[in-house]
Write a protein that binds this ligand. Structure first.
Ligand code: COA
Length: 144
């Protein structure tokens, strides 16, 4: 089940993001993302009250961004990432968003595959954007 994140999820989200991401959000950031839900839109995927993943979206003036998308390591390659991304894009579409962007490390091949399958196309690259790794900037237009 995918539902809006609440402040009760902060600790589980923090643990999940600390395990999955090189640079993680601190708990105050997570709280802010959850609380400021007219700009950030934070959803969690859970099964039997276990948190399996989350997606953070940003929307302003009909323009959207995928801030982050994480699936817990033991549950990867089972379609949950795709499920969260599809949900997120559908949600942004309901807000009237037509264009969505995201940034991803050039070495993150699984995420790149997932985004390309969802219709994102490479817009530009920034050399050494993540330390010694390039950043790829993806774009999806005409969301419907
Ligand atoms: C990126 C991430 C969210 C993908 O979630 P996931 O649940 O594993 O992905 P899915 O099972 O939905 O797979 C989506 C697609 O990715 C590709 N994929 C998934 N696992 C793969 C693997 N082990 N090897 C290669 N490709 C893979 C497949 O093409 C798959 O689509 P298909 O099954 O239709 O071919 C997950 O790997 C993750 O949390 N990574 C760490 C955090 C991260 O890097 N987030 C992205 C930040 S930009």
């Amino acid at each position: 089940m995918i539902r809006k994140a609440t402040l009760k999820d902060t600790e589980s989200i923090f643990t999940l993001s600390s395990n999955a991401l090189d640079s993680t959000f601190n708990q105050d950031f997570i709280n802010d993302y959850i609380i400021i839900d007219n700009i950030y839109h934070f959803f969690v995927l859970e099964e039997n009250t276990n948190l399996l993943g989350f997606i953070i979206l940003w929307e302003s003036d009909k323009y959207g961004q995928i801030i982050d998308l994480v699936v817990t390591e033991e549950q990867r390659s089972k379609g949950y990432g795709k499920q969260l991304l599809t949900y997120g894009l559908d949600y942004l579409a309901t807000l009237g968003v037509k264009t969505v962007t995201l940034e991803v490390k050039a070495t993150n091949l699984v995420a790149i595959k997932l985004y390309e399958l969802a219709g994102f196309r490479l817009d530009h690259t920034k050399k050494n954007y993540y330390g010694d790794t390039d950043g790829l900037f993806y774009l999806k237009e005409d969301l419907n």
